[in-house]
Design a binder for this molecule. Structure first.
Ligand code: IMP
Length: 181
């Protein structure tokens, strides 16, 4: 693990180590495995940030009958915090009657999550569960609560394990938090 990561002139310090991430991914996977027993879930990995988490989580859940789609939401640009989902890209499956599991990297204000849930509900799945790697409950503007969260964290900016700053540093195996000192 790097002692400090510098990106775009900002400094980040270690926050969640790889082995701790692995432990929590295993915990969430065990809960999902139990709750999805007998089902053939459709995992929706939300790009870009969730790709590493989703890869680890889905393999750990270990349901061979699952399907996986990679989706990306685009919001109307130029709108304020109440922006609307413009389009869902990459959803190749008809989700009507399916057990859908959304895999996200982070829930911050909860606005993205709320928009996604609204859009997906209108497509009439049998059930929708929302899994996130990180949840910042204190940042919530919506009261949205994910069904599963690997970590609850304070409202600080973090990077690594799929999460980016300006598209960079998603490759880091550990999670780093912005150095406010
Ligand atoms: P929300 O709509 O405010 O919940 O924001 C969700 C999105 O904001 C995430 O999918 C991330 O792309 C981004 N985001 C929020 N907090 C962070 C962070 O600490 N690091 C990196 N991206 C973040």
């Amino acid at each position: 693990m790097e002692a400090k990561v510098k990106v775009n002139g900002l400094s980040f310090v270690p926050y969640l180590k790889r082995d701790e991430i692995e432990r929590q991914v295993k915990r969430v996977a065990a809960e999902l495995r139990q709750d999805l027993e007998g089902k053939e879930p459709l995992f929706l990995c939300v790009l870009n940030g969730a790709f590493i988490f989703a890869a680890d989580l889905i393999r750990e859940v270990g349901i061979n009958e699952c399907k996986i789609n990679f989706v990306r939401y685009s919001s109307y640009s130029g709108t304020s915090s109440t922006g609307k989902v413009k389009e869902i890209m990459g959803l190749t499956e008809d989700i009507e009657g399916k057990d859908v599991v959304i895999i996200e990297d982070i829930v911050d204000t909860g606005l993205t999550a709320e928009m996604m849930m609204e859009d997906l509900r209108s497509r009439k799945p049998r059930s929708i569960k929302f899994v996130t790697l990180l949840h910042k409950p204190e940042s919530s503007k919506t009261g949205f609560k994910p069904d599963y969260a690997a970590f609850e964290i304070p409202p600080k900016f973090i990077i690594g394990y799929g999460l980016d700053l300006d598209g960079k540093v998603r490759n880091l195996s550990d999670i780093y938090v912005i150095d406010e000192d």
